[in-house]
Design a protein around this ligand. Structure first.
Ligand SMILES: Nc1ncnc2c1ncn2[C@@H]1O[C@H](COP(=O)(O)OP(=O)(O)O)[C@@H](O)[C@H]1O
Ligand SMILES: [Mg+2]
Length: 386
């Protein structure tokens, strides 16, 4: 059944990537899948998180440490009531640091490295462009995977406006670095002065952007030139890694209409790209009992009859009848409200077309998931055999 698939994927894949609309629980699901695999299946498991909520980052020990990988203390598993068979490590993606490290690692000389790192354009590109986050996330994944230190890497994805950007980032980077546009851009820096071909551009750019900006561009791409080949190679390697049998994707969604629509689009796009969809996780699902018609009927009756019931209850429980009235009326109304939402979400789920993908449901917990105990609790739902 559905979740059986996820369990076997967690056992056999090297990389699992969680993706989906923003705010639905991607980061939580990634961390929970990693934690439960480390606990139940064993092996060395790493979760690469992108924007963990502060309390979760604290619990995993990755708050404020930038890019480093940290081992989650095994004692935390014991505290959460589970003896871990394997080990769990966590890392957080720090975009700026990852770029700096990448440049430092691949620059042919210290001088080139410093020239790139101090170029104003570099700072803009690496911090402001959303797509640079996507690209570096993939570089980081490539690099962590290449160490061979992990049996499974679970990857959380950034909350991108276009959810597919990060999937295409490696290919786009490869295209860019082998493009004619780029060669054209760096021509002036090669020849030491602005080439004929770019003179028209230079004049326009000069007027609009200023000479300094143009100088920064040509110098920047010129310094990067010796690293192009590496960029292209690694981009292609990541693309292969994502699309071969070592990797599977998990789409996370809530049961609301808009996220479900986005998730559907995501499922289709993964298929178009030949990426393997492991399953769809429907997170924060309201209890089935809320959508039960007899429960709706009961809550309506309680609301309607709250005066009479409050008198009986007040006397029996020795509480103020008026207070009891308020409590009963509010309870009845809240239940009705929730059941309306539950009905709406059940209808949305029923309309949600997944193709052949399987579905795993995770209930809405009564509190935020901010520690290993909570992650393991959620993880049990991810792998539950139904
Ligand atoms: N099943 C759940 N029940 C209750 N709270 C949840 C559940 N799943 C996630 N959360 C909470 O929702 C918030 C957003 O989750 P997060 O994983 O950061 O979303 P995303 O990464 O998709 O933006 C977090 O505070 C998290 O603890
Ligand atoms: Mg997140």
């Amino acid at each position: 059944m559905a979740s059986r698939d996820l369990l076997s994927l967690l056992e056999t894949k090297e990389i699992i990537i969680t993706c989906g609309p923003g705010g639905v629980g991607k980061t939580t699901t990634a961390a929970a899948a990693a934690a439960i695999t480390a606990a139940r299946e064993g092996g060395r498991v790493l979760v690469l998180t992108v924007d963990p909520a502060r309390r979760l980052a604290d619990a995993l020990g990755v708050a404020g440490i930038g890019n480093d990988v940290v081992a989650v203390d095994p004692a935390l598993f014991a505290e959460a009531g589970m003896e871990a068979r394997g080990s769990l490590s966590a890392a957080m993606l720090d975009t700026k640091k990852s770029w700096d490290e990448l440049i430092a690692r691949h620059a042919p000389s210290e001088e080139t490295r410093d020239r790139i790192l101090s170029n104003p354009l570099y700072t803009s590109l690496t911090t402001r462009f959303v797509q640079s986050h996507d690209y570096i996330a993939m570089e980081r994944l490539y690099e962590l995977h290449a160490t061979g230190e992990w049996d499974l890497i679970v990857v959380d994805t950034p909350p991108t406006r276009n959810a597919l950007d990060f999937l295409d980032a490696p290919a786009r980077m490869a295209d860019f670095f082998s493009s004619r546009l780029l060669r054209w851009l760096i021509m002036p820096s090669r020849s030491g002065f602005l080439g004929i071909a770019s003179k028209g551009f230079a004049q326009v750019a000069d007027r609009i952007l200023g000479r300094q900006f143009l100088a920064d561009i040509t110098e920047f791409f010129g310094s990067l030139e010796s690293m192009y080949e590496g960029f292209v190679e690694r981009s292609q390697a990541v693309r292969r890694l994502l699309s071969d049998e070592r990797t599977a994707f998990v789409v996370v969604s809530s049961s609301e209409l808009v996220p479900l629509r986005e998730a559907t689009f995501f499922v289709e796009q993964l298929a178009t790209r030949n990426f393997l969809l492991a399953c769809v996780v429907l997170n924060r699902v309201l209890p089935r009992s809320l959508a039960d018609s007899s429960a709706t009927e009961a809550s309506l009756k309680i609301s309607q009859d709250s005066d009479h019931l409050a008198e009986q209850l007040g006397a029996e429980l020795k509480v103020d009848v008026n207070v009891a009235k308020r409590v009963l009326a509010t309870m009845g109304e809240s239940f009705t409200d929730l059941s309306v939402i539950a009905h709406r979400e059940a209808a949305a789920r029923a309309n949600f077309s997944l193709g052949s993908a399987s579905m795993v449901e995770v209930p809405l917990f009564d509190e935020d998931i901010h520690d290993l105990r909570g992650l393991l609790r959620l993880g049990e739902f991810l792998i539950a055999k139904d």
